[in-house]
Design a protein around this ligand. Sequence first.
Ligand code: SF4
Ligand code: SF4
Length: 103
Amino acid sequence: MSWDIKGIQQWGWKKHPAGAVIKDPGNSRSFKTGGWRTFRPVRDEEKCSQCLICFVYCPDSAILIKNEKVVGIDYDFCKGCGICAAECPLDAIQMVDESKLNK
Ligand code: SF4
Ligand code: SF4
C-alpha cells in the first residue's frame, strides 16, 4: 500500500488519517509481535549468572522467569530489540540472525 502524501506540509490536522488506536487496553497478549524480529536473542545458560538484569530491561516482558530464575525467552513476543544482549553483564545473550536459524 502506498499513500498519496503530496502536499502533506499544507494538510493541517484535519486531513491526516487517524493513526493506530488502541480501543481495548490490556490486549497486548492477543497480538504476537515476534514476527517483527530479524535478530533472535539466544541465552547461554552456562554463562548466565541469573542476575535478572535482562528481565528488568526487556521492554516486552519476553524474558521468562520461574522461581526467580530465567528459564527462557518468549519468542512469540520478543521483537529482537537486543536490549537484553546489550545489558547482560556477562555477554550471555547473543543476537543471532533469524534467517540463519532453522525454523
Ligand atoms: S542479564 Fe545475562 S547473566 Fe543476567 S540473567 Fe540475563 S542472561 Fe543471565
Ligand atoms: S531482544 Fe528485546 S524484546 Fe527480545 S528478549 Fe531481548 S530485550 Fe526482550
